[in-house]
Design a protein around this ligand. Structure first.
Ligand code: FA5
Ligand code: MG
Length: 434
């Protein structure tokens, strides 16, 4: 990195940022000059404010976009300490580094690439593709701009990972839509990891991946909403056809999202039951306004879950497998190909129960997360076995099923984890163990 560039950054007057991601300081005059110099070098560097040490590099492809992202949040995730009020456990913070959708030959990467290819074939040279946008977004990006009401469940601390009061780990990829619209983009497709505090089982994991897209139409087409809806549905039907490589039965059902109207969900018939693949609809005027899209234009948006799709297409039975480092899993897949997963022998499972009287502080998602933060990916499932009430008190009994995807767990090891969970649940959630 050139020392010229470094000194221009150091002397710039934007020191209130915890670190410098160049485009974040786009508005600062001195630094803007630096960007031009920099672009020709085609990489982008994160520096720690205090030490000016290099803490990360962004990929060239993403560079022009970052100058449009107003939030310093990008930088924080990479460089600063978690604020005391944050509810993000270290285990989740670690996951932000993995970016499974960028790993060659990983099922999520295979699907992402096939989806991008399909969209490009359907609408040549129209869409921009992004797959490395910052996971930490402002509550404005994630909720306000998308018309998510203040009392909507997705805003709760119990459901969402807050960095601080104004920043969250994105709960959906739609969080980037208005920023990109403001940057002048009119057709784009985004892939990335999203974060939700949730229960634990074979199909739920606090981190999963979504592909979101937006397409805005000019004023002539926008006069006819039916035409836009028809375009949305045919785009998605063709996409489904390309992915499933067969005449899958699909159906449209009405959906409900704060940011679209009308809204729809696409379901596919899979092994005899209907499975929800994605949500979509026409972007509401309020969202387009937040994106500074002119009054005469309208457009569609959709968001689909990659794991759900991958579990169906590749026959992957457990959502934790996507995070496995086991070669027996990773070796099975090749970029460009959808092939069926061949199960290898599972390691044995064991279970332990935990029973306690609830406290005011208790929330189920906090409990699941605490279990996950202590036991990591050795937990397969946590289920509420029993609930009963006595003298205005409520008791819960949970069964925790342990199984590693990668090795055999020893009894002592599981006992130790369970003891730790008991201890921490009592301490942090203030329940009374029984
Ligand atoms: C959304 O996240 C909306 N942002 C989607 C959208 C975008 C609608 C643009 C309209 C316009 P939802 O929470 O339903 O919606 O999630 C979208 C998809 O992500 C689901 O259809 C599902 O495939 C997947 N998904 C949701 N929750 C989970 C989960 N816990 N685990 C795995 N996949 C999930
Ligand atoms: Mg849904």
């Amino acid at each position: 990195m050139s020392s010229l560039w470094l000194s221009s950054i150091q002397s710039s007057r934007v020191a209130r940022f915890e670190a410098f991601l160049f485009p974040v300081v786009w508005n600062s005059k001195g630094v803007r000059w630096g960007f031009q110099q920099w672009k020709s070098r085609s990489f982008c560097v994160l520096l720690n404010r205090k030490t000016c040490q290099h803490v990360g590099t962004l990929r060239t492809k993403q560079l022009p976009l970052y100058c449009c992202l107003s939030s310093e949040a990008v930088v924080r995730l990479n460089t600063s300490e978690l604020p005391a009020t944050s509810n993000i456990p270290p285990s989740i913070l670690e996951k932000t580094k993995e970016k499974l959708h960028l790993l060659p030959n990983h099922p999520l990467h295979i699907l992402k690439t096939l989806i991008e290819k399909s969209i490009e074939e359907m609408h040549p040279r129209e869409f921009s593709f992004y797959d490395d946008l910052p996971q930490l977004v402002s509550t404005k990006d994630c909720f306000d701009d998308l018309l998510v009401e203040l009392n909507h469940p997705s805003r709760r601390y119990t459901d969402t990972y807050y960095w601080d009061e104004k920043h969250v780990l994105r709960t959906h990829m739609t969080a980037h839509d208005t920023t990109l619209l403001r940057a002048g983009k009119r057709a784009f497709l985004l892939t990335g990891d999203v974060y939700r505090r949730d229960s634990i089982d074979k199909s739920h994991y606090p981190v999963f991946h979504q592909v979101d897209a937006v397409r805005i139409f000019d004023r002539n087409t926008s006069q006819n909403e039916d035409k836009i809806i028809a375009d949305l549905k045919s785009t998605l039907e063709k996409l489904a056809k390309n992915l499933f490589q067969s005449d899958m039965e699909i159906r449209w059902v009405d959906g409900e999202f704060p940011f679209t109207y009308p809204s729809f969900e696409m379901e596919v018939l899979w092994n005899g039951s209907w499975l929800e693949l994605l949500g979509c609809g026409l972007l509401k005027r309020g969202v387009l306004d937040a994106g500074q899209v002119d009054k005469d234009s309208k457009g569609w948006a959709f968001g689909l879950g990659l794991e759900r799709l991958a579990m169906v297409l590749f026959d992957i039975p457990d959502i934790r497998l996507f995070w496995s480092k086991d070669e027996r899993f990773l070796r099975q897949f090749r970029d460009g190909e959808i092939t069926k997963f061949k199960p290898y022998s599972k390691y044995p499972s064991c279970y332990k129960d935990i029973t306690f009287w609830l406290s005011e502080k208790f929330h189920e998602n906090a409990f699941y997360e605490l279990v996950r933060s202590i036991a990591g990916d050795t937990v397969e499932q946590v289920t509420l076995l029993d609930e009963f009430h006595r003298n205005n008190k409520t008791s819960h009994c949970y069964r925790i099923v342990y199984r590693s995807m990668d090795r055999s767990l020893t009894n002592d090891e599981v006992d130790e984890i369970q003891d730790k969970i008991r201890e921490e649940v009592a301490r942090r959630l203030q329940v009374t163990l029984r």
